[in-house]
Design a protein around this ligand. Structure first.
Ligand code: HAM
Length: 426
């Protein structure tokens, strides 16, 4: 038993990751790029607790996410859950300050999210998910601004529209089609959730699930036909002249064109998204080769607050996980070689100079330099190897002879030049 416990403890929980310093450097680099793309578009960062009331996620339309909850009862018998996504927490935050927040708000966050998923390439049981959302405007220009944030990020990490495509559609496409067949409300949402699985399940299984929902064969055929449309002119012919879906999508694509990023986007009616709350435009980014799962996804969700007992506010946003993108960047050899940010290594070269080395390190840190102080008695050779391994710029040696005149020897590890510098001048 003891051995079993030791092994499981050593391994960590299935589907979760450890971040060693070399992983952390890459994660920070990724998050910095997320930050920069959002900040460059005027978004502000927010955060929320990882633990929420389970009720925040109990939606009944059959979404996978609600079946994957990490939920439990706390010591006060409250039903709580680790957040599987950020959007409900954001909705809760907006709702609890309803009326007091100057609209529109443009907020972003990089929360860790938990889903009891089948672990596979690009999907874990925890992931970090960059969330970028705009609340308080129903203007489609907000949806275009989000696409620009995504593209800004992709470009910042060296990806191009040859690598990726952002597929865009609108829930209103299917809503209009089903509306003409008198299918509305919950059945419409459940239909979206089923057809979102088209790339994972066979056409027969999808048809069967649609039939179980009450769709007749004519409706199923109509749904399949419409979802096969891949360009705006076919969509325009398929929908009514007055179609709101078509006019909103035309506006969105025109706006994206004004950003100069049209080559990144495509209309694709099969994008419907698997979450219940989307009401309008929806999008997902995919690698062009189709090797990976969706890189990010989002859309408009104007009716979420009323499902949580509040007054609706228009909102649009996306979630962008850290896993698939890192795999893609690795495959494309776009991950940077990152070294530690330590600039100086200070080493005392005699045991009685340890405290002097402490003073030297402190003086250098006071000037704003990042300093690693060697804490044990080590030889020069070790210090060189160590400094090289962590990518330091300089080795600062505190040596008996030199210290007699209060000087230290500084070696520039890039040029190999050495100089003796007085303590005062550090
Ligand atoms: P989602 O499509 O469920 O949307 O997730 C968004 C992104 O999070 C996915 O495209 C993927 O990059 C990442 N992701 C999701 N689950 C996992 C997982 N198990 N492992 C690794 N990565 C994962 C949402 O969550 C919406 N709340 C996004 C949103 C924000 N919509 C509007 N605002």
């Amino acid at each position: 038993m003891a051995l079993f416990v030791r092994i499981t403890v050593a391994q960590g929980v299935r589907g979760t990751r450890d971040f060693y310093p070399e992983d952390m450097r890459l994660r920070n680099w990724l998050f910095d790029n997320f930050d920069d793309a959002a900040l460059s578009h005027g978004f502000e960062e927010y955060d929320a607790p990882i633990l929420e009331h389970e009720d925040l996620y109990t939606r009944k339309q059959g979404e996978e996410i609600t079946q994957q909850l990490y939920n439990f009862q706390d010591k006060g018998d409250r039903k709580v859950a680790l957040r599987p996504e950020m959007t409900p927490s954001l909705a809760r935050m907006v709702m609890s300050r309803a009326g007091a927040l100057p609209m529109p708000i443009k907020w972003y966050s990089i929360p860790q999210c938990w889903r009891y998923e089948r672990t596979q390439r690009g999907r874990g049981r925890e992931h970090y998910q960059w969330n970028v959302d705009i609340w308080g405007t129903s203007e489609i220009s907000a949806d275009a601004e989000l696409i620009s944030v995504v593209v800004t990020f992709f470009e910042s990490v060296g990806l191009s529209s040859d690598d990726l495509v952002i597929r865009i559609s609108s829930r209103k496409v299917l809503e209009e089609v089903l509306g003409s067949l008198k299918v509305e409300g919950d059945i419409f949402t459940k239909t979206c959730i089923i057809v979102d699985k088209m790339d994972k399940l066979s056409a027969d299984v999808i048809s069967q699930q649609l039939a179980e929902l009450g769709h007749d064969s004519h409706a199923i055929q109509t749904i399949q036909n419409i979802l096969g449309i891949k360009n705006m002119s076919d969509l325009t012919s398929a929908l009514e002249d007055e179609s709101i879906a078509v006019s909103e999508l035309n506006y969105l694509f025109d706006s994206i064109d004004s950003y100069g990023i049209s080559e990144w986007v495509e209309f694709d009616a099969s994008i419907v998204r698997g979450l219940a709350y989307y009401t309008g435009s929806v999008f997902e980014a995919h690698d062009r080769e189709g090797k990976f799962r969706a890189i990010c996804g989002g859309g408009r969700y104007d009716k979420l607050l009323s499902t949580l007992g509040g007054k609706d506010l228009p909102a649009t946003g996306f979630g962008f996980g850290d896993m698939v993108i890192m795999e893609l960047l690795e495959e494309k050899k776009l991950l940077p070689e990152l070294i530690s940010s330590t600039e100086d290594v200070v080493i005392p070269l005699s045991p009685d100079l340890r405290n002097v080395a402490v003073m030297v390190a402190a003086a250098l840190r006071d000037t704003g330099r990042t300093v690693d102080l060697v804490l044990e008695d080590k030889k020069m050779k070790w210090a060189f190897k160590h400094a090289e391994r962590i990518g330091a710029d300089r080795l600062v040696m505190v040596m008996p002879e030199e210290w007699k005149s209060e000087k230290v020897r500084i070696k520039d590890l890039h040029t190999g030049e050495e100089s003796d510098v007085s303590f005062e001048e550090l």
